[in-house]
Design a protein around this ligand. Structure first.
Ligand code: NAD
Length: 468
């Protein structure tokens, strides 16, 4: 049985309790994650606070360390990708892509110059400068659906900007983050990167720690609200990347043959366990029946299996709670008159497999349409008037992503611009430009991750005004 220790103050630490992580495809043990005690959490935060000032003073070392981190990740890419597949479920070629993205993210920040100071006035009377200062200790709390890239998108800019970090991965997929911590142990000075593990209580204690100045969080709206409220006591800075209920609008002039495959993957990549997956599909009535049939046909021939099997297109759901939620949403949709065109039932066996499921006959007012399902379910809803489709797409607390599908790029982009979402696409869904600031509107988040705005979240401005 392999055990994965914590990383605290530059050393690997065992814990009193270990939590077993099971492979969602077959129920077999993948390994055990150390659960951080209260004392270990305290040690991690204090170590970060001690290490941070020297780290902030050494910009060149920071860039060199990030470059080395990228090299270490590349060297161990196969091991990291296999572990993500085994604890999270996604097919190996996708997790290999995730690990390559982690290395590319580290490299991107390694190549980024430090933010230059801005001089507002420099004359015989005054020197007025604006400088960016790191915040100090940053807490990074991450979910289970794409565990390592979501951590890298926080870790790299936070450390580049001169902060020290305490990371807390999801209790469902802690092992890949703990393995990364082990691999990076000697890359950063002791205390600059710490990884603690455990369930929500560990995250909550970390987030409320008075030495933590910034919380960068990816996860559910419910946890995001708790963190926002909990941070009020000492005005913590927050970046919240939360859930979504993305709508895709297929206009009457869409190229039906060309869009089936990208719509399928936009909805079902990672078995739908993606914050910005297509979760509601609005289709012009002239295409509705043909598109439902084509999607159901594509879904029906999907190869489900273990992510380490090269034939597999979709793996299992990552945990039992998610499987049960998907089952409950389908039962509720059926009770509300839904028609199921593919899937609709979990597969027998120890794995958490649920086939891609195309549903029609329901609309607003049914949980499968109104809520974030975060699973392999896609309700398809017809519309006659595009204004009505836009209104339905926007009638949601969520505002993460949205897309428009049309042969007319100009009209598609004009409609995309009217959708209330931080990410809007035309004739695609999911692709994110590496330089793009990613953030949700409305309940889907606060602030941005990536891009200039995302980077600036990891520092504060100081105006230094000298009288001469
Ligand atoms: P979650 O909110 O349950 O958990 C996320 C993390 O927060 C985990 O590490 C968990 O242990 C921790 N946590 C739980 N309770 C906490 C508390 N009270 N205080 C501090 N930390 C706590 O979310 P999840 O189920 O792991 O992830 C799925 C959700 O994440 C979905 O809603 C999905 O849309 C969202 N997500 C958003 C993005 C994005 O970029 N916007 C990306 C991926 C996932």
């Amino acid at each position: 049985m392999s055990r994965y220790p914590l990383l605290i103050d530059g050393a690997l630490q065992d814990a009193e309790h270990y939590d077993e992580v099971l492979d969602p495809a077959n129920g077999q043990s993948v390994g055990e994650a150390a659960r951080a005690s209260q004392a270990q959490l305290e040690q991690a935060v204090q170590a970060a606070a001690r290490a941070q000032p020297a780290w902030a003073a050494a910009a060149d070392s920071r860039r060199a360390a990030l470059r080395q981190a990228a090299a270490v990740v590349r060297e161990h890419a196969a091991e990291l990708a296999e572990l993500i597949t085994r604890e999270q479920g996604r097919p190996l070629h996708f997790t290999q892509g995730e690990v390559a993205g982690v290395a590319a993210t580290f490299e991107h920040y390694a190549g980024l110059p430090q933010a230059p100071e801005q001089v507002l006035r420099d004359d015989g009377e005054r020197l007025v400068r604006i400088v960016q200062r790191p915040l100090g200790v940053v807490a990074a709390i991450t979910p289970w659906n794409v565990p390592l890239i979501l951590l890298a998108l926080k870790l790299a800019p936070a450390l580049h900007a001169g902060n020290a970090l305490v990371a807390k991965p999801s209790e469902h997929t802690p092992l890949s983050t703990l393995l990364l911590a082990r691999l990076l142990k000697d890359v950063f000075p002791a205390g600059v990167l710490n990884v603690v593990a455990g369930a929500g209580e560990v995250g909550e204690r970390l987030a409320r720690h008075p030495r933590v100045r910034h919380i960068t969080f990816t996860g559910s709206v419910a946890t995001g609200k708790r963190l926002y409220a909990g941070g009020a006591d000492d005005f913590k800075r927050l970046t919240l990347e939360l859930g979504g209920n993305d709508a895709a609008l297929v206009l009457e002039d869409a190229d039906l043959d060309a869009i089936v495959e990208p719509l399928f993957w936009g909805a079902f990549w990672n078995s739908g366990q993606v914050c910005f997956a297509i979760k509601r599909l609005y289709v012009h009535e002239s295409l509705f029946e043909r598109l439902v049939a084509a999607l159901a046909e594509r879904a029906g021939r999907t190869r489900l299996g273990h992510g380490l099997d090269a034939q597999t297109e979709l793996g299992p759901l990552t945990n039992r709670q998610q499987l049960e939620r998907v089952e409950a949403l389908v039962a509720d949709a059926r009770a509300n008159g839904a028609r199921i065109h593919s899937g609709g039932q979990r597969l027998e066996g120890p794995g958490h497999f649920y086939p891609p499921t195309i549903v029609s006959g329901i609309g607003a007012g049914v949980a499968l349409v109104d809520e974030e399902q975060f699973g392999p379910l896609l309700p398809v809803i017809p519309f006659r008037d595009v204004e009505d489709a836009i209104a339905q797409a926007n009638a949601s607390h969520y505002g993460l992503g949205a897309s428009v599908w049309s042969r007319d790029e100009t009209r598609g982009a004009a409609i995309a611009a009217r959708l209330e979402a931080g990410l809007a696409w035309v004739n695609q869904h999911l692709d994110i430009h590496p330089g793009a600031p990613k953030g949700g509107h409305k309940w889907s988040g606060l602030g941005y991750e990536g891009g200039q705005r995302g980077y600036e979240a990891f520092s504060e401005l100081q105006v230094i005004n000298v009288a001469r």
